[in-house]
Each structure stands twice: as structure tokens, then as C-alpha cells.
Design a binder for this molecule. Structure first.
Ligand SMILES: NC(=O)c1ccc[n+]([C@@H]2O[C@H](COP(=O)([O-])OP(=O)(O)OC[C@H]3O[C@@H](n4cnc5c(N)ncnc54)[C@H](OP(=O)(O)O)[C@@H]3O)[C@@H](O)[C@H]2O)c1
Length: 272
């Protein structure tokens, strides 16, 4: 029984791979560029691009369960090849699919359900890994610049998403479920920076940007107008699920969700 993990080199997929290997499963990791490396020993690496379904067909050979991302990497756009990927998966004999949503249910979720594949959607809210966007300014200036400092969210540790995905792919009782997932505490930006600062042993200054400045910064970084609207809209007025602690992680893993303090300790070197 081989489990295919797509997005395996990403924040979440990497953790899905790690967790499945730790639980003794045979894991095949999909990447568009195997030369980049970084996948752990013991994983079988497969090359394929979800946007080109035929390129993924060989990676599905002998696969019984699959973790599926729902975007194609191009500026956060939804994966438009969901129907073809779902058909290939069904044909290959895949009997369980977890889908990492892209912030709202989309065409991939619809396609997988339409194909009759037993699915579970993972609906994490804000990833703790988003804090990695702050590494440069923290390292060089001890500063974080963001808009909407008062916006609160219960960020989730990527390892918890990976652990829930692994259980969902390999245990019974999860089919047809939509798992809203958060971390254990609701924090605003200054509170997040205080926690990060404690892990680094230095104070981090917060400079609040106006919405206009934040939009400009994203434009300069090459974000599309749609992506800018999406991100700014989310931080200006996040969905209630993002600032309401969910019990999903604790219920499925039988232990509390990891804290941002733990994430900050684990990732401190990236900010030094
Ligand atoms: N950041 C958040 O707070 C948040 C919250 C909820 C949901 N999400 C969703 O989470 C997803 C991002 O997850 P992440 O942060 O783990 O990813 P990530 O670190 O941005 O990495 C992207 C992964 O997707 C793979 N990928 C992209 N396009 C691909 C394609 N066409 N074919 C095959 N593989 C492809 C990449 O693989 P290779 O480059 O190796 O091919 C890589 O492993 C997005 O859908 C986002 O909307 C994010």
C-alpha cells in the first residue's frame, strides 16, 4: 500500500511525508523538480506536474491513498485539472483522498467527490509558517511591518496539519468530513511578535502598515491583483473560523495542538 503525497516539498506536504514515514507507511512524494532534493530518506520520489495530468499518471501506479493539494502553484490559482487528476486516481485504485483546501472549497474538492473517491478535506486556517515572511526584516532590522495589527488568528503548526492528514489517510472514520483546523490560541500580531521575540531572545518592533502600503508591497513582490485582494481581504476581516479555536487537532491526535511558542523555538534559526 503506497500513499502518494502531492505538495510534498511544501510547508504542509513535508510534514505529511514525515508523519506517514514515522508511522511506517510506504510514501511516494510528488514534485515537479526532483533535483531540488530535501525529501527525507525512505521516501520514493516521483516527478509530475498536477497541471499536466498525464505527467502524474505514473506516480499513481499502485497508490491506494493520496494527499492532494488544490492549487497549481501559479500565483495561488485553483488547480484546473481536478477532474482529470480525480479520474486518474480512481482508475489507479485510490481509495482515500485528503485534500488541503486553498481557503475555500473549490473545483478540486468537487471533482474528487464527483468521481466517487472517499475524501476528507483539511481546512486549516492561518499557517504558523506564514511568519517565515518576517525572517529578513527581523534578521536585519528587528522589525516586522504588517497591516491590521489587531487582527487575531489561531495559527496552526504545519506539523499538526501533517499529523491529522496522516491519521485521516490511514485510519477509519474520516471519510466525508471537513476538518476546520486551528492552533490552540488566538493571537494578534503584537502578541505573535512577543512570543517570537522570546524565542529569539530579542525584542521585535512592530510597524503597522496602512492597507495601501501593504497592497503596494505585494504588487512590488509580483502578486496578482486577485491574490492581493484575497490576502488583504482576509487580514482586514478574517473568517470567524480563523479566530475561533477548533478542537479538531486535539480530537484526532489525542493531544493538544502545538503552540506558536513551540513553532518559534523550532524555527528560531531562520530569524537569526
Ligand atoms: N498559508 C496559509 O496560511 C494557508 C492557509 C490555508 C490554506 N493554505 C493553502 O495551502 C496551500 C499551500 O500549501 P503549502 O504552504 O504547504 O505549500 P508551499 O510551501 O507553498 O509549497 C507548494 C507545494 O505545492 C507543490 N506544487 C505546486 N504546484 C504544483 C503543480 N502544478 N504540480 C505539482 N506540485 C505542485 C510544490 O511542489 P514542487 O515545487 O516540488 O513541484 C510544493 O510542494 C495553498 O493551496 C494555500 O491556499 C494556506
Amino acid at each position: 500500500m503506497t500513499i502518494l503525497v502531492t505538495g510534498a516539498t511544501g510547508n504542509v506536504g513535508r510534514q505529511v511525508v514525515r508523519e506517514l514515514l514515522a508511522r511506517g507507511h510506504a510514501v511516494r512524494a510528488l514534485t515537479r523538480d526532483p533535483s531540488r532534493g530535501g525529501l527525507p530518506d525512505g521516501v520514493e520520489v516521483a516527478t509530475g506536474d498536477l497541471a499536466i495530468p498525464d505527467s502524474v499518471a505514473p506516480a499513481l501506479d499502485g497508490v491506494t491513498a493520496m494527499h492532494l493539494i488544490t492549487f497549481d502553484g501559479g500565483n495561488g490559482a485553483a488547480l484546473s485539472t481536478g477532474p482529470q487528476i480525480a479520474r486518474l486516481a480512481a482508475k489507479a485504485g485510490v481509495r482515500r483522498v485528503t485534500m488541503l483546501w486553498s481557503g475555500e472549497p473549490g473545483p478540486v474538492e468537487e471533482a474528487v467527490a464527483a468521481e466517487g473517491l472517499p475524501w476528507t478535506t483539511l481546512q486549516p486556517q492561518e499557517f504558523m509558517a506564514n511568519a517565515l515572511l518576517w525572517t529578513d526584516s527581523v534578521r536585519t532590522e528587528g522589525v516586522v511591518r504588517e497591516p491590521f495589527g489587531a487582527t487575531r488568528s489561531a495559527m496552526i503548526h504545519e506539523a499538526d496539519i501533517g499529523a491529522v492528514a496522516a491519521r485521516t489517510l490511514t485510519e477509519d472514520g474520516h471519510v466525508g468530513k471537513e476538518y476546520v483546523m486551528t492552533g490552540p490560541e488566538v493571537l494578534d500580531v503584537p502578541q505573535k511578535l512577543a512570543i517570537l521575540g522570546r524565542a529569539l531572545g530579542r525584542e521585535i518592533r512592530f510597524v503597522e502598515l496602512t492597507e495601501r502600503q501593504a497592497r503596494e508591497r505585494m504588487r512590488e513582490a509580483g502578486a496578482s491583483p486577485e491574490a492581493i485582494d484575497h490576502v488583504i481581504g482576509w487580514y482586514a476581516d478574517p473568517p470567524e473560523e480563523a479566530y475561533t479555536v477548533s478542537s479538531t487537532v486535539e480530537r484526532i491526535l489525542g493531544r493538544p495542538a502545538r503552540t506558536f511558542a513551540q513553532w518559534a523555538r523550532e524555527n528560531a534559526d531562520a530569524f537569526r
